[in-house]
Write a protein that binds this ligand. Structure first.
Ligand code: DAV
Length: 370
């Protein structure tokens, strides 16, 4: 069965009493979601941002294959997993929408850089930050992602026509001033050695995690303080953005380190977050088991901790990697209902269920959980 593709933008939205775009947390009951695509996924060209974030053992892969499509078997296997994931979401009652197919190999230049090729439409979480009824397109730090929003244009127009707010953060320039290449390769965003500078606002949406009125984020190799401040001022007094102390020198995206699952319950990477703010004193901290993915499995973009990159359908049901048996047992032991889906081939593109999606509508209202 083919999952819904571009033409599905015309599909009717079920009648609900809440706006078509409505999402304040990572756990309210999920009603509609965008799921990425793996076709045409392109290997990014070598650049200092990759040096700062990508696992060393894959540097040669990027150097040799930059600007070309990912191997056909990688893309096909990821597509098959995405299709099964979409079918499961639909079986669970969630409306699934997909971005457009784009030829990411097409090169482009701007007055500030180029020529450059694209990346993929696989990870809507990286690009689209949904806060309430607003979809914010992030000012991403990778040049290869400069035009990633093209894959989502029909969807953005679709949601706008139905009442959503649609915002693009200030488009960055991404010229030489935005990067600080280090000759010694010693990057560590938390220690002030990020590959990106404070020249202009930069962030990926996946560096933010939503818990109602409180939103948590980290400074990373793709998110700077200027970007965090832009979002803080943009969202205004209804929200408080908290910068977490995350110890991950190659940090890029918070959703394999700090993963709130329900009011008062957060899954936390065992070593990356040495302390949470005092406001978490009443929260249950869930420390997950280590991932079991074999070292030989090519996660080109990430650590093995994609096992934490789960997607909550509500406060109980959690979509989780089918091969991560200890994680499944762990969730069950803590009263969750894990829904196992095989997704490791997709993982080669740098994310799992949280990265591969962007919540469009969760049934809930703006609340404080602290
Ligand atoms: O552990 O490498 C992965 C986040 C996915 N975007 C990690 C973070």
């Amino acid at each position: 069965m083919q999952t819904r593709r571009a033409e599905s933008v015309a599909a009717p939205t079920p009648q609900t009493s809440i706006p078509v775009v409505n999402s304040y947390t990572e756990w309210d009951p999920l009603e509609e979601v965008i799921v990425g695509r793996a076709d045409n996924a392109c290997v990014p060209r070598w650049h200092p941002v990759l040096h700062a974030t990508m696992p060393r053992k894959h540097w040669d892969f990027f150097r040799q294959n930059g600007g070309q499509l990912f191997p056909a078997e990688t893309r096909a296997a990821a597509e098959r997993e995405l299709d099964a994931f979409c079918r499961e979401l639909e079986a669970q009652g969630v409306v699934v929408r997909r971005p457009e197919p784009v030829d990411w190999r097409e090169t482009f230049s701007t007055p500030d850089f180029g020529p450059e090729a694209g990346l993929y439409g696989a990870m809507p979480r990286d690009l689209l930050l949904v806060v309430g009824d607003e979809i914010i397109e992030a000012p991403m730090a990778w040049r290869s992602r400069y035009f990633e929003s093209r894959a989502y244009r029909p969807l953005m127009k679709h949601y706008f026509e139905r009442g959503a707010r649609w915002t693009m953060a200030p488009k960055p320039q991404l010229g030489e001033e935005s990067y600080r290449p280090r000759a010694d390769g010693d990057y560590d965003a938390q220690a002030g050695r990020s590959v990106i500078t404070e020249f202009e606002p930069l962030f990926d949406a996946a560096d933010f995690s939503r818990c109602g009125r409180d939103i948590f984020c980290q400074v990373t190799q793709v998110t700077n303080r200027f970007g965090i401040e832009w979002l803080r001022r943009h969202l205004g007094p209804d929200y408080t953005i908290h910068e977490l102390d995350v110890r991950d020198p190659h940090a890029m995206h918070i959703d394999a380190s700090f993963v709130p699952l329900a009011p008062g319950r957060v899954l936390l990477h065992p070593t990356r977050v040495p302390r949470l703010p005092a406001m978490f004193a009443d929260w249950e901290i869930l420390t997950p088991p280590a991932p079991t993915v074999p070292a030989a499995h090519p996660f080109y973009f990430s650590s093995p901790w994609l096992s934490l990159n789960v997607l909550s359908l509500d406060e109980t049901r959690v979509i989780v990697e089918a091969a991560e048996t200890p994680m499944i047992e762990f969730l069950r032991k803590h009263g969750f209902e894990p829904i196992p889906i095989p997704f490791r081939n997709f993982g080669s593109l740098g994310g799992a269920f949280h990265c591969a999606t962007s919540d469009i509508r969760r049934h809930g209202t703006l609340q404080s959980y602290f």
